[in-house]
Design a protein around this ligand. Structure first.
Ligand code: DUC
Ligand code: ZN
Ligand code: ZN
Length: 480
């Protein structure tokens, strides 16, 4: 019998649909075989462990550029270390267009920075300014460069697209065969609410949640979907925070509209009450949409179980509590609208979802793999990722389902100076991470060298093709 480069022996192989006691063989960078009694030059003992695809995190902010020429604090190197520590091997990160500027220069800068990554990576392109040049030349050029997903924000001064700009982006994406991801919150209402809260002297972090209640996410989600239906452009709704929003999505999914949904661990584990702490402490839990009430997590788990939500990403968006580039970039005790929104979570994602999902009996181990690796990879056209089968990249995590770990900032191994999950105990832990056949983390020690990650260009794929159902049969994207 042939000797493979590596054989992982004695574990339980988990895919999105099956769970089998078998050996897994790797040749070079790829999975070569699954079977019994496989022989390898190197043998890894996985007795008592789950053998799962490395996590695919399709929403992860690393070294994101800022308009002033600086970047967010989590670099591609530190973010890769944190990803590997938490069992994730692939991430989609964000290239940003700045208002008043073309895409190409910031994309070139971002691509160059990304070369230091150790994870394999692809990009979403954030669209903030829909000039004719962007719509008719730069978006098609993105597709040619393998960037097949756009992100648009329906809120934030610096990013917000109005309905017409959103429609132009949808039409351009349809022509280019891309998926559009959408941050759904009502811009005008949040601005108006925030001004009123400040006028009333309500400035603390907890008022972040008051400034953007559920109906503002629900309304924007409804509008984002309705306009996508007008154009017949598939979309994924980012970071769904509660059942009321999931219900908007479920209703149109039932009609066959191509709308997918993502949620994140913070909406399953944190609540608005976490922001109600003294001083700046509450800012540690501030993200957008806001964490919701006590009942939100139960509603989201229901939407996960019934298939409305198929992707659980981290939305890793880390900002330090100390220093001048993070949560305090506008001062020591800024009012809530001036505090950067986001929480770190690329390392915590898989352990939190395994613990709250599988160990707590809410989802199966196969569901876990589907939600955190297989479906996100398929939805975003990462065709060699997210599955354990011959021919796929040998991105593997060996997972101890019984190991209990108390989360701490040190364990996260990121560049951010806190974790919102400090002190939380989880059951289930990654003990070894392999990226394309190389062990990159074992027992918490990350060994990958910078610049060993690979850019993953994508091309057109069927899953995100338009449905062909157009109002009055008129394809507005050919003219609009
Ligand atoms: N939306 C994101 O997707 N990430 C960070 C902040 C935000 O509002
Ligand atoms: Zn967002
Ligand atoms: Zn994000």
């Amino acid at each position: 019998m042939q000797d493979f480069d590596i054989v992982i022996q004695g574990g339980t192989i988990v895919t999105d649909t099956t769970q089998t006691r078998a050996d897994l063989a790797i040749s070079g960078e790829r999975i070569a075989a699954i079977g019994q009694g496989l022989r390898g030059t190197r043998v890894i003992d996985a007795t008592g462990l789950l053998v799962m695809p490395g996590g695919v995190d399709t929403h992860c902010h690393l070294e994101q550029l800022r308009p002033d020429g600086t970047t967010d604090e989590e670099s591609f190197v530190s973010g890769s270390i944190s990803a590997f520590a938490g069992g994730t091997t692939t991430a989609i990160t964000f290239s940003t267009q700045f208002k008043g500027q073309p895409i190409a220069p910031s994309l070139a800068e971002y691509r160059s920075r990304a070369q230091s990554a150790m994870i394999d990576y692809a990009f979403h392109q954030i669209i903030t300014d829909t000039t004719d040049e962007v719509i008719y030349n730069e978006i098609p050029a993105l597709a040619a460069a393998g960037i097949m997903s756009l992100k648009v924000f329906l809120t934030y001064d610096a990013f917000h697209l109005d309905d017409r700009a959103y429609l132009r982006t949808l039409a351009a994406a349809r022509r280019a065969g891309m998926l559009v991801t959408v941050h759904c919150e009502n811009y005008a209402a949040i601005g108006w609410m925030s001004e009123a809260l400040l006028a009333a002297g309500l400035t603390a972090p907890k008022y972040h949640a008051w400034s953007r209640p559920v109906m503002l996410e629900r309304e924007a989600t409804h509008r984002a979907i309705a306009l996508a239906e007008l154009v017949d452009q598939p979309i994924q709704i980012f970071h769904v925070s509660c059942a009321e929003v999931a219900e908007e999505i479920a209703r149109v999914q039932a009609r066959g509209v191509k709308v997918w949904a993502e949620t994140c661990p913070q909406y399953l584990t944190l609540t608005a009450a976490d922001m109600d702490r003294a001083g700046m402490e509450g800012a540690k839990y501030m993200c957008s949409p806001s964490p919701r009430g006590e009942q939100a997590a139960a509603g989201l788990w229901q939407a996960i179980k019934n298939g409305t939500i198929g992707n659980i990403s981290s939305d890793h968006s880390g900002y330090c509590m100390q220093g001048t580039r993070g949560k305090r970039s506008a001062g020591d005790m800024p009012a809530f609208p001036d505090i950067l929104n986001g929480v770190p979570g690329v390392a915590a994602r898989l352990p939190l979802i395994f613990s709250e999902g599988v160990a707590a009996g809410r989802i199966s181990t196969c569901d876990f793999v589907r939600l955190t690796a297989t479906h996100p990879a398929a939805l975003f056209g990462l065709h060699n990722k997210g599955q354990i089968a011959p021919g796929f990249d040998a991105d593997i995590v060996l997972w101890d389902p019984a190991k209990t770990v108390v989360l701490s900032n040190e364990v996260m191994q990121h560049a951010i100076d806190y974790t919102p999950y400090e002190g939380r105990a989880v059951t289930g832990w990654p003990v070894l991470t392999m990226r394309r056949g190389s062990v990159v983390m074992q027992d918490g020690e990350v060994t990958a060298a910078p610049a060993t990650g690979r850019y993953l260009p994508r091309s057109r794929y069927h899953l995100i093709a338009p449905t062909g159902r157009l109002p009055n049969g008129f394809d507005v994207s050919r003219f609009g």
